[in-house]
Design a protein around this ligand. Structure first.
Ligand SMILES: C[S@@+](CC[C@H](N)C(=O)[O-])C[C@H]1O[C@@H](n2cnc3c(N)ncnc32)[C@H](O)[C@@H]1O
Length: 214
């Protein structure tokens, strides 16, 4: 979506930011229990004010979030009680946790440094189809051979015209297959998901894929 869409979403809050979860996502907890995060530099693109960030910081060597909207970053530090130090413009650090308040598409591999693990929840699926190739190109450039990239998606019918967009296994193969090996780890039907009733969906499945950069 265009940047103003996200600025407006954070200003309005409520249902506009219902992607924000109060609790650590079960996929994040699964990665921690499997040791995937141990000693790693973890990139969380489009991080919002996710509580997964401080959770990851307990296991990882370094956690690097990227979030466009200053209000989300301010709320993150207010609500976690962490006190950041502001470095170069828009880079906020508290211990081993850093948030770049920036447009993901403007970041370079040099600015972020080597990334061991990417955690993508509600990030690829935040973009409409015509922006996804750009996102995949950007994320591929920010990774390196050996990087593990966890991606969480929702697949549902009928399609909706706003985020979160439906993205299934065939889409992941099409977007990432050229640069990553793909392991389809989780496929969980979610008949009780809030979107099913709200949009009268036929079905909704939550997926988790582990991509390995070649
Ligand atoms: C659907 S939310 C997902 C938030 C987070 N991953 C979570 O699990 O709560 C997408 C987030 O990406 C941010 N965003 C959108 N476009 C962005 C961009 N180009 N660069 C950085 N952040 C962006 C939005 O402000 C929003 O907080």
């Amino acid at each position: 979506m265009e940047q103003q869409f996200w600025v407006d979403s954070w200003d309005e809050g409520g249902t506009k930011t219902s992607f924000h979860l109060r609790d650590v996502h079960e996929h994040a907890a699964m990665l921690a229990s499997q040791g995937v995060l141990d000693g790693a530099r973890v990139l969380v693109p489009l991080c919002g004010k996710s509580v997964d960030l401080p959770y990851f910081a307990r296991y990882a060597r370094e956690v690097i979030g990227v979030e466009l909207v200053p209000r989300a970053v301010t709320e993150f530090f207010d609500e976690t009680g962490l006190t950041p130090v502001e470095g170069p413009s828009g880079v906020f650090t508290a211990g081993n946790l850093t948030i770049h308040c920036a447009d993901l598409f403007a970041l370079t591999p040099a600015a972020l440094g080597p990334i061991d693990v990417v955690y993508d929840r509600a990030s690829l699926i935040a973009f409409p189809p015509d922006m996804r190739d750009r996102y995949v190109t950007a994320l591929t450039a920010l990774t390196r051979p050996g990087t593990r990239y966890w991606i969480n998606t929702l697949e549902y019918r009928p399609a909706l015209p706003s985020p979160p967009f439906s993205v299934g296994p065939a889409d992941i193969e099409a977007y990432f297959g050229a640069a990553f090996d793909i392991d389809h780890v989780r496929r969980d039907p979610r008949p009780g998901h809030r979107m099913v009733e709200k949009f009268a969906l036929d079905f909704l499945i939550e997926h988790g894929f582990m991509l390995h950069r070649r």
